[in-house]
Design a binder for this molecule. Structure first.
Ligand code: ADP
Length: 538
């Protein structure tokens, strides 16, 4: 009775134990967990049947070693597994890590593993007991969630980029239907997102241009690359309300699963065009104003030229009229002073002398005025002939001889040109005379004046130089202008007309030559002129 009770108690305990064991097993199996116990003395690890199954091993393979197990571990996790194990044995800490096992069919299984080390009395680790949970499913879930999150983030970024663009962006599929657009596109074209999605892109093109647009789309498909659309054309787009606006469009190909989508960037250039038009209008207005002003100016110019010509013509005829009586005055004064018709007393002689001197001066003045007005009226014509330049120079020198003598100025003739010159003889003499008489006029008593003339192949170069007062650099151009005299502004009007040099310059230029001056105040002046020898008659 006692024994029977004992047995039944023992059996109950066994029964309870077995039940507990079965429950545990069921729980382990349900949670995809397997256990192991590793004897560190023998190096043998015992795996329960769950773990054997989870690791994809043969059902009988319940015992293994580190060397036997390691080849099942994913190559990338092997080193970490060894290091972690070693560390927990050394430090007596719990073993914990995630690693992968590769089944014979090459499928990969993730495990979360924990193990606890026990130590013998000497404090040496002698065993490790632990469990591995198959977390493949959970990891896959987590990974796909992360992937989905990444994708969502990516899409979000793309959206933001799309919406941040200042231009309308439209993606059009192979059939010409809009499959994607941004907010700008909605406002620009006046359609809602729902209306735009699936709409044919042709609806955004003005009716008159649709035919062209279809051709354009077809040609784009033959060479799809990023480029501007309709370069040089005035592109227009059409809003929902039918109104048109100018645009600039840039196209990019976007291959989706082997079919060509086109992304169009559309920019509304109304404002730019308006400001361009405004600018053009302003430019045109200014151009018109400028044109009118120019015409007025031309008319004024013509008037001024006419007036100038009239003045010159008047002067020319007046001078002519003035010369005739002057010749009479000069001629009769000369007769009187020569006393051929009877003697004059000293006073009378002096008076007639004054009349003669001033009449001659007046004649010179009139001659110069006549010359300049003839030149300005374009009526001065050269009478060219071939003549001996040396003789002509001799005559000019003779003409100024008395002036030079009166001031005791020495004149040197350094002419080397002994050929014939083809030019207006009287005018050349006038040029030389003007320069020489200026040289004497502006050189003090006892000075020196000389004339050099040299010919090269194409020019005769004549220089009249003096040791006189010279000309300040800032006045060296002005002296060739009409009525200009050096120091005019400070010392008032002087003897002379200020016409000699302008006439000389004009005569030289009429001959095709040039004239210029080099001078240092106080050290004399050098007037040089050139006369072309080409066109000379031989
Ligand atoms: P005019 O001699 O009748 O005053 P010109 O036209 O011949 O007129 O000369 C203009 C001015 O140039 C002169 O008044 C003088 O001031 C200056 N000038 C001309 N030749 C000389 C010279 N050889 N030396 C210094 N000054 C000169």
């Amino acid at each position: 009775m006692h024994q029977a009770r004992d047995i039944s108690e023992h059996e109950r305990t066994l029964l309870a134990l077995r039940e507990g064991q079965e429950r545990l097993n069921a729980a382990l199996e349900a949670s995809r967990t397997g256990t192991f116990s590793w004897n560190l003395q023998t190096g043998v690890s015992h795996l329960d049947e769950n773990l054997v199954r989870l690791f994809g091993m043969a059902p009988t393979q319940t015992q293994t070693t580190v060397e036997g197990f390691l080849p099942l571990v994913h190559p990338e996790d092997r080193q970490a597994l060894l290091t972690n194990t070693q560390r927990s044995l050394n430090e007596g800490a719990d073993f914990e890590m995630e690693f992968r096992v590769v089944w014979p069919d090459q499928s990969v299984h993730w495990f979360y593993s924990r193990g606890k080390t026990s130590f013998d009395q000497a404090g040496r680790p002698d065993s490790m007991i632990g469990a591995c949970v198959d977390i493949t499913e959970r990891r896959r879930l987590v990974e796909s969630e992360a992937l989905a999150l990444d994708k969502a983030r990516e899409e979000n970024r793309f959206r933001r980029l799309l919406e941040a663009a200042p231009d309308a962006i439209l993606e059009v599929d192979a059939q010409g239907q809009i499959v994607l657009m941004n907010q700008v596109a909605e406002t620009m074209f006046g359609y809602s997102r729902e209306e735009l999605l699936g709409m044919n892109v042709e609806s955004l093109v003005p009716a008159a241009m649709r035919g062209n647009h279809q051709r354009h789309r077809a040609s784009y498909r033959t060479s799809p690359q990023t480029r501007s659309m309709g370069i040089g054309l005035e592109l227009k787009a059409q809003r929902k309300d039918g109104s048109l606006f100018p645009v600039e469009i840039s196209l990019s190909p976007n291959w989706i699963d082997g079919t060509l989508h086109v992304i169009a960037l559309v920019r509304d250039i109304s404002e730019r065009k308006e400001s361009q038009d405004r600018l053009r209008a302003i430019q045109e207005r200014y151009a018109a104003q400028l044109f009118a002003a120019n015409q007025q100016l031309e008319a004024r110019n013509e008037e001024v030229e006419n007036a100038n010509r009239l003045k010159s013509e008047f002067l020319a005829s007046m001078s002519h009229e003035l010369r005739t009586p002057l010749h009479t005055i000069i001629g009769f004064s000369e007769l009187l002073i020569e006393e051929l018709e009877g003697p004059l007393n000293a006073k009378q002689k002096r008076f007639v002398g004054h009349v003669l001197q001033d009449a001659r001066h007046l004649l010179q003045l009139i001659n110069e005025v006549l010359d300049i007005s003839k030149i300005e009226a374009g009526r001065l014509e050269l009478q060219r002939e071939a003549f001996d330049f040396a003789v002509c120079l001799g005559e000019a020198l003779a003409g100024i001889q008395s002036q030079a003598l009166a001031k005791n100025i020495r004149i040197e003739n350094r002419n080397t040109f002994s050929d014939l010159l083809y030019a207006d003889r009287l005018r050349i003499k006038e040029i030389l005379y003007n320069l020489l008489s200026n040289a004497i006029k502006f050189t003090s008593n006892g000075g020196l004046v000389w004339i050099e003339s040299v010919a090269d192949e194409s020019f005769l170069r004549v220089t009249v130089a003096d040791t006189g007062i010279g000309i300040p650099p800032e006045e060296q151009t002005a002296i060739f202008e009409k009525f200009y005299q050096v120091g005019m502004s400070t010392s008032g009007v002087r003897e002379g007309t200020g016409l000699g040099l302008p006439i000389t310059k004009n005569l030289v230029e009429l001959h095709g030559g040039r004239i210029w001056v080099e001078s240092q105040p106080g050290h004399g002046s050098r007037f040089t002129l050139t006369l072309p020898l080409q066109g000379q008659q031989s």
